[in-house]
Ligand binder design. Structure first.
Ligand code: HEC
Length: 118
């Protein structure tokens, strides 16, 4: 199965990753979770959330801009507890978090791998 992870790592570095991920669920048999080992809170999640989500979703921010008090992403535990909603809002074909965009396709793919393959 070694070739599988090599192939999936290639996809993670490919700007076309979201399309590739979509097809992964169908015909190709490639398992996106082969990347899970390299996407952890330490290697990916903390930096991603700090940069893209905490401006509105940290407990300490003064600029929530309407983000609900209950939707706070200070820790890995808080993020994982809300993984389903994060996947719904920040990954997939039509993500709307953060509202102003600015997250690259590669990072959205890695977010999906991280939260889907725990
Ligand atoms: C510029 C401010 C801002 C940023 C940055 C931001 N959000 Fe939000 N978020 C909001 C606001 C405002 C709401 C409430 C309105 C809504 O749900 O659209 C919200 C609501 C949410 C909700 C709860 C609603 C639901 O559908 O369950 C989730 C989950 C969420 N955001 C995830 C994220 C993630 C993940 C990121 C980072 C990738 C992020 N947000 C970045 C402003 C922001």
């Amino acid at each position: 199965m070694r070739w599988l992870s090599v192939l999936a790592l290639g996809i993670a570095c490919d700007p076309a990753a979201p399309e590739a991920l979509g097809s992964n669920t169908g015909d190709t048999g490639v398992d996106p979770c082969a990347d899970a080992a390299i996407t952890t809170w330490e290697t990916f999640g903390a930096g991603f959330v700090t940069q893209h989500c905490q401006p509105c979703h940290a407990s300490t921010t003064n600029e929530r801009q309407g983000a609900p008090d209950t939707v706070t992403f200070d820790t890995e535990e808080e993020v994982l507890a809300q993984a389903d909603r994060i996947l719904a809002r920040a990954t997939g074909d039509d993500p709307d978090m953060p509202p102003e965009g600015g997250v690259g396709a590669d990072d959205r793919y890695l977010l999906e791998v991280w939260l889907s393959c725990e």
